[in-house]
Write a protein that binds this ligand. Structure first.
Ligand code: HEC
Length: 126
């Protein structure tokens, strides 16, 4: 095994067993559309329109708490998080644990595959 592949293997194991790096699982956008039904009562993905939650247009690369006119919790507004595959995966796995005090009334997605799928769907919708 080369040094490089050893590092990659270690990173993959970290992703599988560490609970972080969830986005390494291959996401299926079609399956993700079904998962996204759990989000759509609160989040619009294809228009800058807020519901119970802020719209998710341009979410990848966006700072947490950045939608003008949305009344974020201080916890979210001050989290310093930038949304990408990794941070969204960590948030969806455990919203309250990842950002204690945030106001998203959502228990989280238990399965790593569902998280990867919904992220793939959200990426396609951008
Ligand atoms: C019951 C309503 C509700 C559901 C369901 C919900 N969210 Fe949220 N979401 C919110 C609210 C409210 C916030 C803002 C939380 C705060 O300010 O503390 C939020 C914040 C977010 C943010 C951060 C947005 C930003 O501008 O920083 C992301 C990303 C997000 N939600 C994704 C999702 C995804 C993906 C799902 C489905 C798997 C989901 N949410 C389900 C209400 C919801």
């Amino acid at each position: 095994m080369t040094k490089r592949s050893a590092v990659t293997a270690a990173a993959m194991l970290g992703g599988l067993f560490g609970g972080v790096g969830l986005a390494h699982a291959e996401g299926d956008p079609e399956a993700g559309a079904t998962v996204y039904r759990q989000c759509q009562a609160c989040h619009v993905l294809d228009a800058e329109q807020n519901r119970v939650g802020p719209h998710l247009v341009g979410i990848f690369g966006r700072e947490a708490g950045a939608v003008d006119g949305f009344n974020y919790s201080p916890a979210m507004a001050n989290s310093g998080i930038v949304w990408d595959d990794e941070t969204i995966a960590a948030y969806l796995a455990d919203p309250r644990g990842y950002i204690p005090g945030n106001r998203m009334a959502f228990a989280g997605l238990r399965q790593e595959q569902q998280i990867a799928d919904v992220i793939a769907y959200m990426r396609e919708a951008q």
